[in-house]
Design a protein around this ligand. Structure first.
Ligand code: ADP
Ligand code: MG
Length: 342
C-alpha cells in the first residue's frame, strides 16, 4: 500500500496502534501535541519533536537562516504550549549539505536561541551530520506540566465553545507572497496591489518568524477552563478535525467569527479569499481550545487575545455556518505530507 493512500495521519495512527506499547509511566503517548511522561507524582515531562526539511518545509531562496532557527524553535514550543506546559530544554539535530557555511549555522542558532531564551528554554544538546541532499533540521523540546493542568486533544464535549488565540491564515498568505516573488513575479505593480507595504511585511513575518503562544497556553491550562487544546499548525479545519476525532465529537464553526488580521483582509492579488487561508493554511501556531459554557466567563480574566468561533456538537462532523445561517460541511483539509493534492 502506498503511503499516499492513508496520508500522514493514517500512517501515524498505524505506527501508534501497531508499535507503541506504552507503560504506565506514559500518561500521553503518540497522538497528541506532545508526549506526557510521568517522572514525578505531580507533574509530567512533556516531549515533542519536529522536523523541517529543505524543499518540503522551507526554501532557502526565501528563508534566511536566522528565521529558520526561529521557526524550528517556534514549532516545538507551540506543541508544548498546546499541552498547557512550560518548555524547559531543547535538543537540535542538523543534517548539513555541502555549501552551508559556518556563518549560516551561527545565524540559525542565533534565531533558535533568541526564541528559546524568550521562553527560558536551554539548548542542551543535539546531533550534527552531513546531508547528501538538502538541509535537515530536527528539533526536540522537553517541558513540564502539572498532571492536572495538562490539556489534551481528547476532552472536548458537546456544547463546549470553541476559541482561538490571535488571527488565522496570515502565515499561508505570507508564504504565497514569498513564493510568488521568488517565482519571478517581481512586478512591482502586482506586489503593490497586494496591500500596504506594512501589511505585506506582517504576513511574511508571520510565516518566517511565527510567535508560539506559550504564555497563553499556560494561562488557559492554569485556569482549568479548557477541555481540549491543540496548536493550529496544519490549518484550522484539519486541527479542529484532530480535536473532534480524538474527542469523538463534531463542531460548528461560524465563518464570520473566524479572526482574520487587517493585513490579510487588506491583501489584494491573493489566489484565494482570506477565509480559505484561515481554514486550510498551516503554520499559524495559534492555539485552538474548547471550554464548557459554564466556564467561558472566566476566560476574560486571563487577559489574552481570544475569539469564540463556534461550538462542539454531538454529531461527528464539522460544519461551517455562513453569515445567513446556511450550514455546509467543512471537510478537514490542510497540510498532510503524503496525501495527493487535489
Ligand atoms: P504536530 O502537528 O502537533 O507536531 P504530528 O501530527 O506531527 O503533530 O504528530 C501527532 C502525534 O503523532 C504526536 O504524538 C507525534 O509524536 C506522533 N508521531 C508523529 N510521527 C511519528 C512517528 N514517525 N513515530 C511515532 N510517533 C509519531
Ligand atoms: Mg501540535
Amino acid at each position: 500500500m502506498r503511503i499516499s493512500e492513508i496520508g500522514e495521519f493514517g500512517l501515524i495512527r498505524r505506527i501508534g496502534k501497531g508499535f507503541s506499547r506504552p507503560s504506565s509511566r506514559v500518561a500521553v503517548g503518540i497522538g497528541d501535541d506532545a508526549a506526557a511522561l510521568l517522572c514525578s507524582p505531580s507533574s509530567a515531562l512533556l516531549a515533542t519533536t519536529d522536523m523541517l526539511i529543505e524543499g518540503v518545509h522551507f526554501d532557502l531562496a526565501y528563508t534566511d537562516f536566522f528565521s529558520l532557527g526561529w521557526k524550528s524553535a517556534a514549532a516545538n514550543l507551540s506543541d508544548i504550549a498546546a499541552m498547557g506546559g512550560t518548555p524547559r530544554f531543547c535538543l537540535a539535530a542538523l543534517g548539513l549539505p555541502d555549501g552551508v557555511a559556518v556563518e549560516d549555522v551561527a545565524a540559525f542558532y542565533r534565531g533558535l536561541t533568541v526564541l528559546l531564551r524568550r521562553h527560558s528554554t536551554d539548548l542542551v544538546g543535539g546531533d550534527t551530520c552531513r546531508s547528501g541532499k538538502g538541509l535537515i533540521v530536527s528539533i526536540t523540546v522537553l517541558g513540564e506540566a502539572g498532571k492536572k493542568q495538562m490539556v489534551l486533544r481528547s476532552g472536548a464535549r458537546a456544547g463546549d465553545r470553541i476559541f482561538v488565540t490571535g488571527t488565522l491564515g496570515d502565515s499561508a498568505a505570507g508564504l504565497e507572497i514569498l513564493r510568488s516573488v521568488e517565482c519571478g513575479v517581481r512586478n512591482r505593480e502586482k506586489i503593490k496591489n497586494r496591500g500596504t507595504r506594512a501589511g505585506i511585511k506582517k504576513l511574511i513575518e508571520r510565516h518566517l518568524r511565527p510567535v508560539p503562544r506559550v504564555e497563553e497556553g499556560r494561562a488557559v491550562a492554569l485556569s482549568q477552563c479548557a477541555t481540549a487544546m491543540i496548536d493550529v499548525s496544519d490549518g484550522l479545519s484539519l486541527d479542529l478535525g484532530h480535536i473532534c476525532e480524538e474527542s469523538g465529537v463534531g463542531a460548528e464553526v461560524h465563518e464570520d467569527l473566524i479572526p482574520l488580521s487587517p493585513a490579510l483582509q487588506g491583501a489584494g492579488g491573493l489566489q484565494e479569499r482570506p477565509l480559505r487561508y484561515a481554514l486550510t493554511g498551516g503554520e499559524d501556531y495559534e492555539l485552538l481550545f474548547t471550554v464548557p459554557p459554564s466556564k467561558a466567563g472566566k476566560l476574560a480574566a486571563l487577559g489574552i487575545a481570544i475569539t469564540e468561533i463556534g461550538v462542539i456538537t454531538r454529531k461527528r462532523h464539522i460544519r461551517l455556518v455562513g453569515a445567513s445561517g446556511s450550514r455546509k460541511p467543512l471537510v478537514p483539509a490542510g497540510y498532510d505530507h503524503f496525501r495527493r493534492r487535489k
